[in-house]
Design a protein around this ligand. Structure first.
Ligand SMILES: Nc1ncnc2c1ncn2[C@@H]1O[C@H](COP(=O)(O)OP(=O)(O)O)[C@@H](O)[C@H]1O
Length: 173
């Protein structure tokens, strides 16, 4: 989606892989808007009930898409969410799937207070590369990129890589 405000970037991946850490830093350094879908849904109550099994709200995906449509058409957004197949494909110029080693992810999620089934299923989601497969099905394969996200050095490299991509994007749009 060509836009004078810049491209739209999707950061996705299993919870705990580092999307919001990377997204906030990237948005600040590249002067883009950071959009955390989880926080937005909470603030605007974009929910469709409660999931007893996973003890979380059920996202009203249609309302999220409606709320964001105008802003996405303007461009210049870094969107952060642990899912990606309900966004319109046309919104994004590039999709990054953050990947974290299982043992590192386990510790991060435990530290976040996840236990039992929630902890296990999130680590399994990463083992089975569920979000990567979802992204590859929902977007053109050439715009989907995996980013390792285990260490602070990884994060710095990822930011630099995305900033370079942004420079290229600006030259061609
Ligand atoms: N590249 C990284 N190296 C080390 N720790 C990281 C990295 N990215 C994130 N973290 C840490 O992992 C935890 C989860 O990160 P967060 O950005 O909240 O993940 P997400 O938004 O994907 O759920 C946080 O404590 C964060 O500081």
């Amino acid at each position: 989606m060509a836009s004078p405000h810049g491209p739209n970037i999707l950061l996705t991946g299993t919870p705990g892989t580092g999307k919001s850490t990377l997204g906030r830093e990237l948005a600040q350094r590249a002067c883009l808007n950071y959009v955390n879908i989880g926080e937005m849904a909470k603030e605007r109550e974009l929910y469709d009930g409660w999931d007893d099994e996973y003890e979380c709200h059920v996202l009203n995906e249609d309302r999220v898409v409606d709320e964001l449509e105008d802003q996405m058409q303007q461009g210049g957004n870094v969107v952060d969410y642990h899912g990606c197949d309900f966004f319109p494909e046309r919104w994004f110029d590039i999709v990054f799937v953050l990947r974290t080693d299982n043992s590192v992810l386990y510790e991060r999620l435990e530290h976040r207070g996840y236990t039992g089934k929630k902890l296990q299923e999130n680590v399994q989601c990463e083992i089975f590369q569920t979000i990567l497969d979802e992204a590859r099905e929902a977007y053109k394969i050439e715009i989907v990129h995996e980013l390792p996200s285990n260490t602070p050095e990884d994060m710095e490299e990822n930011i630099e890589r995305i900033l370079l991509w942004l420079e290229q994007w600006k030259l061609t749009h």
